[in-house]
Design a protein around this ligand. Structure first.
Ligand SMILES: C[S@@+](CC[C@H](N)C(=O)[O-])C[C@H]1O[C@@H](n2cnc3c(N)ncnc32)[C@H](O)[C@@H]1O
Length: 266
């Protein structure tokens, strides 16, 4: 397995990547100007990056784009939706608009409900080639027989006729997850990256949309969470981070994850 991270502007670095190379990208851009990233927020250019993501993604590959808006003069910018629609204009399918629900909220205001989610746009280049839906949602009706009314309602308001296999089948203990994932944010203090993802959130996307040995990209690697998940789950990693300080944090985390993995093998 190889884990490569470069202290470089991703728009420069990605020029060296072949077309149709990447199975899955899990990444998160600067959210408007909410954080300065050591002055590098100015180096982020969405449209050229999205075009490069289209070029390097394999047919059937996926991009998971985790993003949110700033609120300026009382109005959300809508940047997240604009970006999702731009990806569609490039040719990506908007496969799923998922939500990451955090444990707490950011900057509550007195005139709106407290914000506690971020968008996770799952974009695919054609139909996704790899899908392993996580099935760990405890079914409230586990063990009971499925009702015929649990089937889909049709456009005219009537219910679709249940298939013969449907009636009489017991609901299993665990069902496929809903597309809202609750995961507390990463809150380490000290000299850390200001927007580190929770490792489990990234690992769950990697398990869902890729296989062991696949090539995973994070062009905006930050503290290297996607890379650490790749070490843990035996995927190859390519990443770029423009800030030398964050690159060092990522490098250290990757080396530590590799050492831990090697220890666990003995
Ligand atoms: C939202 S953070 C990513 C956090 C990351 N997911 C983690 O878990 O640590 C976005 C990162 O993109 C970096 N960045 C901004 N513009 C960049 C560019 N053009 N090339 C590479 N990195 C860039 C910033 O320095 C910042 O660390």
């Amino acid at each position: 397995m190889s884990y490569e991270i470069f202290n470089e502007n991703c728009l420069e670095g990605m020029k060296g990547l072949a077309d149709d190379l990447v199975d899955l990208t899990v990444t998160s851009p600067p959210y408007d100007n909410l954080r300065t990233y050591n002055g590098h927020v100015k180096d982020f250019r969405f449209e050229p990056l999205a075009q490069e993501l289209w070029r390097v993604t394999k047919r059937g590959g996926i991009v998971v784009w985790i993003v949110n808006d700033a609120t300026i003069n009382g109005s959300e910018t809508g940047t997240s939706f604009r970006q999702a629609l731009y990806f569609k204009d490039l040719g990506f399918n908007l496969h799923d608009t998922m939500i990451w629900q955090r444990a707490g909220c950011t900057a509550p205001e007195s005139n709106r409900y407290y914000p506690n989610f971020e968008y996770m746009f799952v974009l695919s280049k054609g139909a996704p080639k790899t899908v392993h839906l996580l099935k760990d949602r405890k079914n409230l009706s586990a063990g009971s027989k499925k009702s015929e009314h649990a089937t889909l309602r049709l456009a005219d308001g009537t219910f679709r006729k249940p298939s013969k296999n449907w009636i009489g089948v017991e609901t299993s203990e665990y069902g496929v997850r809903f597309n809202i994932w609750r995961q507390p944010q990463y809150t380490a203090r000290g000299k850390v990256h200001p927007a580190t993802f929770p490792l489990k959130l990234v690992e769950d996307h990697i398990k869902s949309w890729s296989n062991a040995g696949d090539t995973i990209l994070d062009p905006l690697a930050g503290s290297g969470t996607t890379a650490v998940a790749c070490v843990n789950l035996a995927r190859n990693f390519i990443g770029f981070e423009i800030s030398a300080e964050y690159y060092d944090i990522a490098r250290e985390r990757i080396d530590k994850a590799i050492a831990l993995k090697e220890q666990s093998l003995f």
